[in-house]
Design a binder for this molecule. Structure first.
Ligand SMILES: [Ca+2]
Ligand SMILES: [Ca+2]
Ligand SMILES: [Ca+2]
Ligand SMILES: [Ca+2]
Length: 361
């Protein structure tokens, strides 16, 4: 009887299992099963690869998924220059197993088109609508490997991120609220290819669909490093609202320095910003950088915070060579290494970036 009740309870539970697929078993027909234009795909070296050799072809593969508020991540390699006739659509939400059914509804990430961008679209019965317009030229290379992350909160806020390279750093493409389609039956890939130079050049891997986990942790300042008499680099613990972070009014320095005059993004690290101040930093003085009014992408506001730093150009005597260990095979209880011990005599943090240890004669 207990067994019957357990079975009945299990049958009532919604199918909310998460999906994790790396194609490493070499078979997309089971565990989990993917279906659609099966003859137009193969698994090559643990990746799903397009296999169609038909010009002007539009083809798809999809798998079952019931999570419509989730975090989706997947890896895509487009081994060609994208264009208006050569792109992929990754359906994160689809009401149909057949992603290309004309009346299908849902949401997809389009990678490529005339703008060589990565954007989020809503697919309505009547057509498609771009709802997050990604930065133009983001995937303008002749071979593009991208990890894509999309999340949708219970309040229907979509966020789209890209990591090109990949480098391990996700850049935000944007966010939008859209509640049109609240359920899903499938996830999948659509390839649109033009001429033969685009055949078999689409690769997909490392798909994960996991329940949405809300971000309730405010951003923090993790690093403040002076880079010159009026410039300092500031790094946050996570990606923050770019419009807020790019406002010089959000940053001020004690000791009479005052507000920043400009803020620049970093091309490689979305958490890093380069600040310039109107006034020079007094040398060898502990200053405090205050940051206010900056939120993470979920709207959590940074706590009132300040971070100490000191700017100065080291002079003779600030850094001392304290010990030289020149024995490559030490007698006992020491690692089999040679080293030089430096002592910072300045009372302030000194970056050794760019320093060299050399002999003058
Ligand atoms: Ca499989
Ligand atoms: Ca794989
Ligand atoms: Ca764009
Ligand atoms: Ca956060």
């Amino acid at each position: 009887m207990k067994w019957l009740i357990t079975m009945a309870l299990l049958a009532c539970m919604p199918a909310m299992a998460q999906l994790s697929e790396n194609f490493d078993d070499g078979d997309f027909t089971f565990n989990p099963p993917w279906s659609g234009d099966s003859s137009s795909f193969v698994i090559n070296n643990g990746q799903l690869q397009s296999a169609s050799i038909t010009a002007n072809h539009h083809f798809f593969l999809s798998t079952s998924n019931a999570l419509a508020h989730a975090e989706w991540t997947f890896r895509v390699k487009l081994d060609f220059s994208t264009s208006s006739l050569n792109y992929v659509d990754v359906y994160i939400i689809s009401q149909n197993e057949d992603l290309l059914q004309p009346g299908n509804t849902g949401y997809f990430v389009r990678m490529g088109n005339t703008q060589d961008e990565m954007s989020l679209y809503r697919k309505d019965d009547s057509g498609e609508v771009k709802i997050i317009d990604g930065i133009d030229g983001a995937i303008a290379g002749s071979s593009n490997e991208i990890v894509v992350k999309v999340s949708r909160s219970p309040a229907n806020r979509f966020m789209l991120f890209r990591d090109i390279g990949p480098t391990g750093n996700f850049f935000a493409e944007g966010s939008v609220e859209d509640a049109a389609y609240d359920s899903t039956s499938h996830f999948g890939f659509v390839v649109r290819q033009g001429s033969s130079s685009f055949f078999q050049r689409h690769f997909f891997d490392d798909v994960s669909i996991a329940p949405f986990i809300p971000d309730t942790i405010p951003p923090q300042l993790v690093r403040v490093t002076p880079s010159g008499p009026t410039t300092v680099d500031v790094e946050f613990s996570e990606v923050v609202e770019p419009l807020q972070a790019l406002s010089p009014l959000k940053y001020s320095v004690s000791g009479g320095v005052g507000l920043a005059s400009r803020v620049d993004t970093d091309p490689f690290n979305p958490k890093l910003f380069h600040l310039t101040f109107f006034n020079a930093f007094p040398e060898r003085v502990e200053l405090r950088l205050s940051v206010t009014g900056i939120e993470d992408l979920s709207g959590n506001l940074i706590q009132p915070t300040n971070h100490a730093f000191a700017y100065f150009v080291p002079v003779f005597g600030d850094v001392l060579i304290y010990e030289i260990m020149a024995d490559p095979t030490p007698p006992q209880q020491l690692p089999d290494l040679e080293w030089v011990e430096l002592r910072n005599n300045s009372g302030h943090t000194i970056s050794l970036y760019g320093w060299k240890f050399c002999k003058s004669t």
